[in-house]
Design a protein around this ligand. Structure first.
Ligand code: FES
Length: 341
């Protein structure tokens, strides 16, 4: 259980919500990881996944930085309703999008909009630890007023020569002169800001079209994509040529499977094209879920027996799979499956 202890207004539509545990214990996580928070909106549980923008080097509290999207049901609710002193449930932390999984001498962090949170966390962590790692930090925003944590990033960059920060805005705004890069990130900008980007480990986070544009720039430049890592909680855009080849398993729309949930003593017959999550819903069970495309790990359940076909997006580790866990939102039952839920 987390208690909201502070709310900071970052830009006109972005707020940072800071939390402590209700028993004042410290937080342990890796910079770049996320949590899934459980809200109650209109009497219904709503789970959403947010990357922690705070750094684990400051373990007394954690923070999430949330943009109030006009279509964002939970983000708008947070902006309009969450108050200091409120308590919410949270799951995690989890996630593999962290520099700890890809240690390198030189990094390039690229973010768009509210996708700044994991790279902000990683940069804060590197700064706090005084680790002399060479970081180029590029953040893209719509206007200068939309840049999140601008002064903090500029201050870190001014004090530590290893951290170089650049902002690119699609357009200036009327509140002051803009002398930074203008327009969408492109190959030329990338080369000017980070001339040696080909030698760097790249972490990219932002809306799916933004990351697609970054991948296009890098692919066109012949960048070694093994050094490229990205994360987004938007449903991924998958080009036909990027679509993984799953010819080894053919999901049969007409085939029936049975799914049994042992703890709840429920079972149901579904089609192979249904997910375990859909099967649970059909029996009236609520497996907690957030992203619903295999990235956040919230819907992880243990499989006792049977086979599933799982296509995830990094929300589960190989060790967890070896231990029998599956992500309910992206696992199709092949035949009879028994789940420990
Ligand atoms: S709900 Fe996020 S991985 Fe299943």
């Amino acid at each position: 259980m987390l208690e909201c202890v502070m709310i900071l207004q970052d830009t006109h539509d972005v707020k940072t919500f800071c939390f402590q545990t209700t028993d004042n214990s410290w937080f342990r996580y890796l910079p770049g990881q996320f949590i899934t928070i459980e809200l109650e909106i209109d009497g219904k549980p709503v789970l959403r996944t947010y990357t922690l923008s705070s750094s684990p080097s400051r373990p007394l509290s954690i923070s999430i930085t949330v943009k109030a999207n006009k279509d964002g049901y939970a983000s708008r609710w947070l902006h309009e309703n969450l108050k200091e002193g409120d308590k919410i449930k949270a799951h995690g932390p989890a996630g593999l999008f962290t520099l700890h999984n890809h240690m390198a001498d030189k990094y390039l962090f690229i973010s768009g909009g509210a996708g700044i949170t994991p790279t902000l966390s990683m940069t804060r962590w590197l700064f706090d630890y005084g680790i002399h790692t060479d970081v180029h930090f590029i953040h893209c925003a719509r206007t200068p007023s939309d840049i999140i944590a601008r002064r903090e990033l500029e201050s870190m960059s001014a004090r530590v020569s290893d951290i170089k920060v650049a902002f690119a805005c699609e357009e200036p705004d009327p509140y002051g002169a803009w002398t930074g890069y203008t327009g969408r990130l492109n190959q030329l900008m990338l080369e000017l800001i980070s001339p040696d980007y080909q030698d760097r480990e790249i972490f990219c986070c932002g809306p799916a079209p933004f990351m697609q544009a970054v991948r296009d720039i890098l692919n066109a430049a012949g960048f070694n994509m093994d050094q490229y890592h990205e994360e987004s909680f938007d449903a991924p855009i998958i080009e036909e040529e990027d679509r993984p080849d799953h010819d080894d398993v053919i999901i049969d729309d007409d085939a029936k499977s049975s799914v049994t949930f042992t703890k709840s003593k429920k079972d149901t017959r579904v089609q192979e094209s249904d997910t375990i999550l859909a099967a649970a819903k059909k029996t009236g069970l609520h497996i907690p879920s957030a992203c619903q495309f295999g990235v956040c790990g919230t819907c992880k359940v243990k499989k006792i027996s049977g086979e599933v076909h799982m296509v995830h997006n990094g929300g589960i580790t190989q060790e967890q799979i070896d231990d029998g866990y599956v992500l309910a939102c992206c696992s199709n039952p092949l035949g009879d499956v028994v789940i420990d839920f």
